[in-house]
Write a protein that binds this ligand. Structure first.
Ligand SMILES: *Cc1c(COP(=O)(O)O)cnc(C)c1O
Length: 239
């Protein structure tokens, strides 16, 4: 966070922003969509100076992965962006972010959901949340398996101070073109639950968060309405 900001990188961000927003529009047209698709800037490792520039360009939504990094950076953010938490979240860290983000995309277990509910209740708020789906059924990955989704969703809905807004996924690496199949499956799940919960006041099922730098255009074809873009927008990222 002490790096010197480079003019070159600012102009790259401007260039990337223009390209990405244009591609989002084209993907929407291709899919025959005219509902909103939001571009989220994923800020991990990115200096707040660059993040602020992206906000000035029009990125109104930021995605944060790491609690400590977010807490260190948030005071430097300008332009009042909306902030969602998208990274793996340990229950014991919920208290640090509960009143600092407006949505949590990574709800992947009942213990975490209960902790979010408890902390939100203490603050007198209802926290919006997405259920992270392990759409590829990968053993190494977090997220709820599709066959467990039904039970899980209704268990969370009982809690009261956490409101399910939809689904999020990080599909398996696309080495064989299989990402389309996973996106298709996510779209089906999303549409099913949207229909199923439309008369249920505990839900406001309107958000499908999928698509990253390498696949956001395809995700839009399958109904995503938040694409989470990091490296393609901000440039090279050191992990
Ligand atoms: C890092 C990250 C992204 C963005 O990844 P890029 O490939 O850099 O666009 C999106 N979602 C989550 C959950 C991430 O951790």
């Amino acid at each position: 966070m002490t790096e010197r900001l480079s003019d070159n990188r600012f102009s790259e961000i401007l260039e990337h922003y223009k390209i990405i927003t244009e591609k989002i529009e084209n993907a929407k047209i291709k899919a025959g969509r005219n509902d909103p698709v939001r571009l989220m800037g994923v800020t991990k490792t990115v200096d707040p100076g660059y993040v602020n520039y992206s906000v000035k360009l029009g990125v109104g939504l930021l995605g944060e992965n790491r609690v400590q990094e977010f807490l260190d950076k948030r005071d430097k953010y300008e332009g009042n962006p909306e902030i969602h938490f998208i990274g793996a979240l340990q229950s014991n860290k919920v208290k640090y972010i509960i009143d600092k983000v407006s949505m949590i995309h990574s709800v992947d277990g009942i213990k975490l959901a209960q902790e979010i509910d408890k902390r939100a209740r203490n603050k007198g708020i209802v926290m919006d949340a997405l259920i992270e789906v392990n759409i590829g059924g990968e053993e190494s990955k977090s997220g709820i398996n599709p066959d467990m989704l039904d039970g899980f969703i209704y268990e969370v809905a009982e809690l009261g101070a956490i409101r399910i807004r939809g689904l999020m996924t990080i599909p398996p690496p696309d080495i064989d073109g299989s990402v389309v199949k996973h996106f298709e499956k996510m779209q089906r799940l999303f549409e099913d639950y949207k229909a199923k919960t439309s008369d249920d006041g505990r839900f406001l099922f309107d958000t499908l968060s999928m698509g990253m730098s390498g696949d956001y255009e395809r995700a839009i074809e399958f109904g995503s309405n938040i694409v989470r873009v990091g490296s393609l927008l901000y440039g090279y990222r050191k992990y």
